[in-house]
Design a protein around this ligand. Structure first.
Ligand SMILES: [Zn+2]
Length: 122
């Protein structure tokens, strides 16, 4: 990940954390939350969302999903170089985490020998 991308991600996270803080405290420091159960519910809701965002963004940056990484073809087992082609088909993967379901995108790769199109693991 380049420093630019990392800076952009950090700014996105800070904006989300800011919004989470606002949903907890509002502009009056209470935001209509009265009982402890309400406070707990809201705190868990907003931090679960932050946790899911962190996981989805982190797994989306997995080196296996980046261009230039070699993968073995599942059919002929030869090495396949992932292309940086952003128009390549991609699939949304779902993963159930302790903080709820996250989704991330995986780009397909095509084996140059047997023409198999497959999605790298992970
Ligand atoms: Zn192959």
């Amino acid at each position: 990940m380049t420093a630019d991308v990392l800076d952009r991600k950090r700014a996105q996270f800070v904006a989300l954390a800011e919004a989470a803080f606002h949903r907890m405290f509002g502009s009056d420091g209470q935001n209509g939350l009265v009982t402890f159960a309400e406070r707990e519910e809201r705190a868990c809701e907003v931090t679960d969302e932050l946790a899911r965002w962190l996981m989805a963004e982190h797994v989306g940056q997995d080196p296996l999903g980046e261009a230039g990484v070699e993968q073995p073809c599942p059919i002929c087992h030869g090495p396949v170089q992932e292309e940086s082609d952003r128009s390549a088909p991609s699939a949304v993967r779902e993963l159930m985490t302790r903080r709820g379901k996250i989704e991330y995108r995986r780009t397909a790769v095509r084996c140059p020998r047997c023409r198999t199109i497959f999605f790298p693991p992970g």
